[in-house]
Write a protein that binds this ligand. Structure first.
Ligand SMILES: Nc1ncnc2c1ncn2[C@@H]1O[C@H](COP(=O)(O)OP(=O)(O)OP(=O)(O)O)[C@@H](O)[C@H]1O
Ligand SMILES: [Mg+2]
Length: 254
């Protein structure tokens, strides 16, 4: 279980997050929505133990986070820069397994298995720069999944992809979540996407000093599908609720 208790964080005298309290049960897919600059990436980096909390605490399974927690994986916002161009796709994906002490053949087999799963079985020997943006993002997802994380943090992972690729990857994420059951914190500024993939949506107010404006369970029948789910009256109502919260936050600005 992931718990944020009165979390606050600033850069110098610039207050970014204030009084963020959330309990994320095991296996939940939590979406965090908020306008650009409100502190979503800062929140993820703090959960990941890459930045210290200045107020309050982050705990994973009752242990305060002081460094990067075990069994954590992150898909960063800028995937283009997060892959190593001099390594092949398979080598990129196998990289986190080195720390696990697996032999070369095992690392290779495991990387190939996961690449197959994300639909990239045929490109293991290519380099990232030989792939489209959507394929590169699949590589980043495969690399995050290869260590079977218990907690997966994703920072606007589909932000710069075309609509079709984005829908395909949303469905891949839902499939992975259904079968692996990891706890996922998924940051997006896309309201529809947050309701489509989330079990729960949290809306942050604009900075400085972002706080939680809305914390909404998403009770839609599963498995979700792009056409059917988005047409449900329940989906439309939730989307409106999230949209209103995002707008009300904008009005709070001085
Ligand atoms: N390393 C840093 N040093 C100083 N200020 C920073 C640093 N990183 C972020 N900030 C500031 O903190 C605020 C929150 O930034 P953050 O990147 O967390 O926002 P975000 O919600 O992820 O935005 P986006 O949607 O554009 O990715 C911004 O005002 C940003 O300028
Ligand atoms: Mg960001």
């Amino acid at each position: 279980m992931l718990t944020l208790d009165s979390l606050g964080r600033h850069y110098g005298d610039h207050l970014v997050l204030r009084d963020i309290s959330l309990t994320v049960p095991d296996g939940q897919l939590l979406c965090v929505v908020g306008p650009s600059g409100c502190g979503k990436s800062t929140l993820l980096r703090t959960i990941a133990g890459l930045l210290p909390a200045h107020e309050g605490t982050v705990t994973v399974d009752d242990t305060p986070v002081s460094g990067v927690p075990d069994r954590l994986a992150v898909v960063f916002q800028d995937y283009g820069r997060s892959l190593f161009p001099w390594l092949t796709v398979r080598e990129n994906v196998a990289l986190p397994l080195r720390r696990r002490g697996l032999g070369r053949a095992e690392r290779r087999a495991e990387a190939e298995r996961i690449l197959e799963r994300v639909g990239l079985g045929g490109v293991a020997r290519r380099h990232p720069w030989q792939l489209s943006g959507g394929m590169q993002q699949r590589v980043a997802i495969a690399r995050a999944l290869v260590c079977r994380p218990a907690l997966l943090l994703m920072d606007e992972p589909f932000g710069s992809l075309d609509a079709q690729t984005r829908e395909d990857l949303e469905d891949l994420l839902l499939e992975v979540h259904r079968t692996d059951g990891a706890t996922i914190v998924f940051v997006t500024h896309d309201i529809d996407e947050s309701v489509y993939v989330g079990d729960r949506v949290v809306v942050l107010s604009p900075g400085p000093g972002s706080r939680v404006l809305l914390d909404l369970p998403v009770e839609l029948p599963g498995p979700r599908d792009q056409i059917g789910t988005r047409g449900l009256p329940g989906f439309v109502a939730l989307r409106a609720q999230v949209g209103r919260a995002v707008r009300s936050g904008k009005k709070e600005l001085p």
